[in-house]
Design a protein around this ligand. Structure first.
Ligand code: FES
Length: 149
């Protein structure tokens, strides 16, 4: 017998506002059943889904992307470890790319990022006359373009 929790209990445990939980439900990210009094009851396993939504949003993954990944999970039963593994495989490349971008940001903030400001001494070396702009807008060296060696 699965344990059913109220929207308040889910909100308290996940730290997500009840309004956000209703929004997630309206987007089909989570589902609930209704009591005779039309009150929502969530399966305890929804806590994991909501926690992953929150963690993914915290690192900048859009709700649409999250919805796409959660759509891989089975409906009508609690997802197993294998189900989650399948979903995480789908996200692995996306998260690796994000990790690389964050690492680049952490590592490269002291050096020319190819943004066009030409404000650092290293810009003269790595981005003379804003050479990086030929590849498009934005901080090209943070976006994956290689600095000239
Ligand atoms: S840091 Fe902006 S162009 Fe070098």
């Amino acid at each position: 017998m699965t344990e059913l929790l109220t929207i308040g209990e889910i909100a308290e445990r996940t730290g997500v506002a009840t309004s956000a939980l209703r929004f997630y439900e309206s987007k089909g990210l989570v589902t609930s059943s209704r009591t005779d009094g039309n009150q929502r009851r969530f399966d305890r396993s929804a806590i994991r889904v909501i926690s992953i939504i929150r963690a993914a949003q915290a690192v900048g993954i859009s709700l649409d992307e999250i919805a796409g990944a959660l759509a891989e999970l089975p409906k009508g039963r609690t997802p197993t470890r294998a189900d989650w593994a399948k979903m995480s495989r789908r996200w692995r490349d996306r998260l690796d790319a994000q990790i690389n971008e964050l690492a680049a940001l952490r590592e490269d903030l002291t050096d020319c990022i190819g943004c066009g400001c030409l404000s650092l001494k290293s810009c003269a070396l790595y981005n003379p006359k804003d050479w990086a702009s030929k590849n498009g807008a934005g901080p090209r060296y943070l976006m994956g373009d290689r600095r000239p060696s």
